[in-house]
Design a protein. Structure first.
Length: 225
């Protein structure tokens, strides 16, 4: 068990270090997120109240789109350099490869959110009701997305037209999680529907468990193919 966690941490550290050194993935995600946010604000008109009401949904839609961009670039980069092929031939369990990649993706996506969301809060002068709960929403919203994204990027990495196929597969499957995090974010920003908060939390946690379990079980079959 100790060796299992050690191998997993090595893979996580390897991926995070590569992303921090290259910086292009993080910068491209931040630039894409900011531009998309500005486009949404322009499209919703000049009334700030209308845009503020839609802001929780806009933030998470921007996250999904930019997250797909980051996941795709990360996996293609490893495939083209032969790193993924080397990892698959290494004498380690496939679950180690999945956990290492999934946790690294989670750290990377959380880092991009930590830079993007405070900018939104500052620009639109929003006071968060509970910062710890907001961090938990970001964490559990990202874990489900990262689990499914890790599986689907491995599944579509060698498929023709993977840039289009990945969003087509991941967006419909993330709808339940998206609804949960939007509602919870709306409550933390504006205090809306406090009586529904616990129900959305239970649904989000259940969906994360299902996504993580299915992605972990399916990863071994995908990489063998």
């Amino acid at each position: 068990m100790q060796l299992f966690f050690r191998h997993t941490l090595i893979l996580v550290w390897k991926d995070v270090l590569i992303d921090l050194r290259r910086k292009d993935n993080l910068l491209s995600i931040l630039l894409f997120s900011i531009l998309t946010l500005l486009v949404f604000q322009f499209a919703l008109g000049e009334e700030p109240e209308v845009f503020l009401l839609a802001l929780p949904g806009v933030i998470w839609i921007v996250f999904l789109m930019s997250g797909v961009l980051g996941l795709g670039k990360s996996y293609v980069q490893e495939t083209e350099t032969g790193c993924m092929g080397g990892l698959l031939t290494a004498p380690v369990d496939r679950s180690v490869l999945f956990l290492g990649k999934m946790l690294a993706n989670t750290v990377f996506l959380l880092l991009s959110q930590m830079l993007f969301i405070p900018l939104c809060l500052f620009l639109f002068e929003i006071e968060v009701r509970n910062w710890l709960e907001l961090l938990l929403v970001l964490l559990f919203g990202t874990v489900g997305f990262s689990s499914l994204g890790t599986l689907l990027t491995a599944m579509t990495a060698t498929v023709r037209g993977k840039e289009m196929l990945l969003p087509i597969l991941i967006f419909p499957l993330m709808v339940p999680s998206l609804l949960c995090v939007v509602r919870l974010t709306d409550f933390l920003f504006f205090g809306s529907h406090p009586e529904e908060v616990w129900s959305w939390w239970k649904l989000l946690l259940s969906f994360d468990v299902v996504l993580f379990t299915l992605s972990l079980l399916g990863f071994e079959f995908v990489v063998e193919e």
